[in-house]
Design a protein around this ligand. Sequence first.
Ligand SMILES: [Zn+2]
Length: 494
Amino acid sequence: MKHLARTLLCLTLLSALNANAQPERPRLVVGIVVDQMRWDFLYTFHDQWRSDGFRRLLEQGFSCANTMIDYVPTVTACGHASVYTGTTPAVHGIAGNNYKINGINTSSVRDNSVTGVGTTTTTGQRSPRNLLVTTLADELKLATRFQARVIGIALKDRAAILPAGHAADAAYWWDGKAPGFISSSYYMEQLPKWVSQFNSKHKNTLGQNLMLRQEGVTMTFDLAIEALKNEQLGQDGVTDLLAISISTTDAAAHKWGTRSTQLDTIYRQLDTQIARLLTTLDQTVGQGNYLIFLTADHGGTHNEPFMTGHKLPSGRFYDYKLREATNKKLSEKFHVDNLITDAMEYSFYLNNHAIDSAELDRDDVAREVCRILEADPTVQWAVDIHRLADKPIPAELRERIIKGYHAGRSGEIFVQPYVGHYASWDGDIAGSNHGTWNQSDSHIPLIFYGWHIPHGERTQPNGMIDIAPTIAAMLHIQAPDGTLGKPIPIKPDN
Ligand SMILES: [Zn+2]
């Protein structure tokens, strides 16, 4: 009897020790990035939100109401990388949607060393290799001895790949030519059966241009819910991570504008799908067992016809025309052609090879480039990154330029148009754009919901790069290794 009592005591102690061996964590972390969702959209669409969708997040979750992007340019690839790495392009290396590596133009997740899976097109040649640091998901993998399951899903390649990180089990993005959700040989040899079956089942719908249709939202959530079921996310004692990004909201705003009826319809659909996801998570993972964060990769500037129609400051900025005009003037002065090789996402690239060959003074050329650019009525500041300290610009903007500049990948001349102006193309009248440091582009929603999250709102400012260290701190895992952000106190301050 005494022996049995001792055995029982030992077992009780052991089980108590085991219970304490694993830190307390949610079963599942779900990151939702809504592409080009301005912060004020939470309230622009407030009267149409369902009680079980966005309103459930707002009324039960915790909103960090002054979350700003910490760098420029405020574009998709930089945003998705920064949310999940807790750092900025200067460190993580994703310097834009498009940038240069060793003088060669590339896109953020382009990787010619891999092949597509589920497609024969080049859309499958993608991986996270250009990302120089770990993500939140990678740290979760490390903390759980790679037992955590990590999956990224989006219509856009970069929006699925960058959040999922280097050690992900899978990232799935959409290829309209396949048509279907695809992946690459970086992750797998062939699509799992459930993804192939999903593509076959939706073949007719997938054949449409999903990016501009509300079905694009539905289909993204459909695949995410299939992933939850088939990969059994959140079903064991190890925390998993599902990264979802909604691309349709961005494509529609670019085409029809931030105040269009088409975008309105797409946000209603998003609200419905968020409600569906929450209900599914309640049923499969259990209420209180999952942790959600919802944010955006950037906001968006209202288009010119809408703004000028209401006498508000606005204008369009044509970087490709400015590059041509500036090159012409530089050629007259320095007798060398093409001294600016590219203009991408408010960044102008000096042709250092031509400057060296012609034995020109690099600083002279850069100064002249800035002078010419600033003479344009749409440009407020043109800044040589190497002469940033001498430029009389607001310290906040200087800081964001430095944080967004990645040596060797970004252009050395940064251009900031006047407030309300945005990069545009001929004939593109209705669409919005983004990329600047202004509130319209850099103020993003951030809502935490679920596991250990009290209801409330914080009005103190915080940065996009604070998201990953906040989740890492809650999970008791290491923050991503390039982290510059700080954990946000999830406590109401009003
Ligand atoms: Zn975007």
